[in-house]
Ligand binder design. Sequence first.
Ligand code: DQA
Length: 148
Amino acid sequence: MVRIAVIHGPNLNLLGLREPEVYGALTLEQINERMLDLARKENLELRISQSNMEGTIIDSIQDALEWADAIVINPGAYTHTSVAIRDAITAVRLPTVEVHMSNVHRREPFRHHSYVSPVVVGQVVGFGVDSYLLGLIAAKRTVEEMRR
Ligand code: DQA
C-alpha cells in the first residue's frame, strides 16, 4: 500500500466550466473518481484535497507528513508565484510529483517558470486528466524504489 496526498490548487474546483478548451470537460469530481479507480487497481490510499488558498495548501502539505508516503500536487497558478509552497515541499521531504493538465511550456511565458519544480521528483504536464493518473503511477514507483 502506498499512501498519497493529492492536492489541487486554486481554481481547479471550477474544472469542467473553466476554459474547457485548455483543461477539458471533466469536472474535478470526475477527475477524482478516475484517480480513485486507479487507486483501487494499484493499491494506493489517496486523500484528496482542493483549496483556493495558499495557506491551506501549505497546511495540506504539512499534514501529509503525518500519514503519506508521497504527494501529487497541481499548485495551479501558485506554481508560478509561491515560494511558500515550495518551502513546504522542501520542509516535509516527501517525494512529490508536480502535475499540470495543460502543457504550461506551450502557454504564456509567465507559466514557464515553476517555483516548485526544483524541489520535486518530476513533473507531468500536458496530458489533461492523464497528467494526474501518470503522476500517481510516478509517485507510487518512486516510493517503491525508496523502500527497496
Ligand atoms: C495549471 C496550469 C497553471 O498555469 C494554471 O494557473 C492552472 C492550472 C494546469 O493544470 O495546467 O491553474 O496548473
